[in-house]
Design a protein. Structure first.
Length: 558
């Protein structure tokens, strides 16, 4: 199939915000897609060349892409940057420049889906000396053959920012419609595989029932709804309920296949290398040869043996060097709380109570190595209140309250699990701008602009600088650390202000939410304070405007 066919689909999808229209557009494309190209089409509709759990990444920063555009068009990177600041989208920039240049070549060939897909995949496979040059060449090869509109979507795919408003729900419904299946069938298959390409192929060939959960391939973790008090918790999950300590740790999915072990974050990133010291514990203390477990990694001080805040352990996730030294500085304890797969058998449809019973049979507990989360089963409000206070006293965030009958539902916030924390509901917001500081904060990015989301856009809701330390040796997040994280994300500069690629997410506390005309969300946070970086979250997890409005109305009892 010619790439222009997919480009036409992209254009149609970008032109509508209606979910039903998007579903119709994609389903029609899938119906006429040949089987050998179906995987490629599904991935490219998601703006990727791999399933989202796959470790491989294109590794192309916006700066490298600018060099590729420069080489393909002859337009200077300075001029390209100016256009980028104006348009805010490298895809639109390259489209305009390709139109102007109107390059012709005797060797110019019509781009196919296969050619675009394979070139983008190759970006992730290159290693060693000369890698950057080779990557740029692969992009140049595509751009010199591309029509202007094709070039726009090629660049957006390379930087994984397709901007066509296609989310998982639309892909799910489109596959169902194209191959005459029920959406619930597609959803269940996706929950087992985390790969819409694999699901689409199975749906096309009437083999959805053949799909199985695979150890080594992560699934989306089940998520919890927030509640404000114990009564609301009981109402949501029923009685009796299973309550567990809500730990200030890092969500970890453990995949054990005999001696082969893989560890995944909530965002499905493989962090096995970063936590190699726990692999032997998993091998020795889990009786099953093959399983998938849900757990929380909690850091603790080797000096005091007390648990440490999330921020300490989160630093380990991004570590590529000196991993052993960091492991000694911040050792971790595995707190297991669920099991999704035992041997070849999926346990997703078993009750919470049954899954916990299995866990208690297979885990050999050892303090500061691997334990089960502390839990009670109760229908007594006073007993749960006591358990909640005990959890807080031990430095935990609060409690999880779970229905004993609930199934494990991947990737969804459902009523089976709720979480209770004592503080005002926090917001997970993404940084979209900042200012270079003055005085003591010179050379650091401060006054961070934080944004919620609405659809595919990010709306500003305030600026924050409180909760960040000026001295690196103090506990918590420092301006130096956050500046290192943000500098590679700078899109444009104007005086001391910078615009940032939305990527770094913060958990924000605040006193209240107010109406405001100063920000395009029409809301502002009063006295916002940074609690921690949430590098365990993706942009899909950023709180949306609907949740902001819900909290605002609740404050005012509207």
């Amino acid at each position: 199939m010619d790439y222009s066919n997919l480009t036409n689909t992209y254009r149609e999808l970008e032109a509508t915000t209606k979910r039903l229209e998007k579903t119709e557009i994609i389903s029609e494309l899938l119906k006429k897609t040949k089987e050998k190209e179906l995987n490629q089409i599904i991935y490219l509709l998601q703006g990727k060349a791999f399933p989202k759990w796959d470790e491989r990444k294109t590794g192309m920063s916006s700066r490298l892409v600018l060099k590729a555009i420069n080489s393909a068009t002859g337009i200077s990177t300075t001029d390209l940057e100016k256009e980028w600041v104006k348009k805010g989208d490298l895809g639109n920039v390259v489209e305009e420049q390709i139109k102007k240049v109107k390059q012709t070549s005797l060797f110019k060939t019509k781009l196919t889906i296969d050619k675009v897909f394979k070139n983008i995949q190759k970006l992730a496979e290159l290693e060693g000396k000369g890698t950057v040059t080779k990557k740029i060449q692969y992009i140049i090869e595509l751009l010199t053959s591309a029509e202007p509109e094709e070039s726009k979507y090629i660049i957006r795919t390379v930087i994984e920012d397709l901007r066509i408003g296609v989310k998982d729900g639309v892909i799910k419904d489109s596959i169902a419609k194209a191959f005459s299946k029920e959406p619930i069938q597609i959803e269940k298959a996706y929950n087992l595989t985390n790969d819409f390409a694999e699901v689409a192929m199975a749906a096309k060939n009437n083999k959805l029932s053949d799909l199985k959960m695979q150890v080594g391939k992560p699934i989306n973790p089940m998520l919890a709804i927030k509640v404000e008090n114990i009564e609301e918790g009981f109402k949501a999950v029923g009685m009796p309920a299973q309550a567990e300590y809500k730990l200030d740790g890092f969500r970890l999915q453990i995949h054990k296949n005999n001696s082969e072990i893989n560890l995944f974050t909530r965002k499905l990133e493989n962090v096995t290398k970063q936590f190699e010291e726990i692999l032997l514990i998993i091998k020795s203390n889990i009786k099953l040869k093959k399983c998938i477990l849900d757990a929380e990694l909690v850091g603790y001080s080797p000096k005091t043996n007390k648990y440490l805040p999330f921020q300490h352990i989160s630093q380990r996730v991004r570590r590529k060097y000196n991993i052993e030294a960091m492991a000694k500085e911040v050792p971790v304890e595995i707190n297991v709380f669920d099991i999704m797969c035992k041997g070849e058998t999926s346990l997703l449809d078993l009750s919470q109570e049954k899954r916990r019973e299995i866990l208690e049979e297979i885990i050999i507990e050892e303090k500061h190595k691997i334990i089960l989360t502390n839990k009670i089963i109760t229908e007594n409000k006073k007993e749960l209140e006591k358990f909640y206070k005990e959890s807080l006293k031990k430095g935990n965030e609060g409690v999880m309250i779970k229905s004993t009958d609930s199934n494990y539902v991947p990737g969804r916030r459902v009523g089976g699990w709720v979480k209770l924390k004592p503080i005002q509901e926090t917001l997970d917001l993404v940084i979209t701008g900042a200012e270079w500081g003055e005085g003591k904060r010179a050379n650091w990015l401060s006054s961070l602009t934080i944004s919620c989301k609405e659809g595919d856009e990010f709306l500003e809701i305030g600026k924050v600088g409180t909760g960040i330390r000026e001295k690196e040796n103090e506990e918590g997040l420092s301006f130096s650390q956050i500046t290192k994280e943000l500098e590679p994300l700078i899109i444009s500069k104007k005086g001391k202000e910078v615009k940032l690629e939305p990527k770094l997410i913060l958990e924000i506390a605040y006193e209240e939410i107010q109406n405001s005309n100063n920000y395009n969300s029409k809301y502002a946070l009063r006295f916002p304070r940074v609690l921690k970086i949430r590098n365990d979250l993706s942009l899909n997890d950023v709180d949306d405007l609907e949740r902001v409005e819900k909290i605002y109305k609740k404050q005012r009892k509207i």
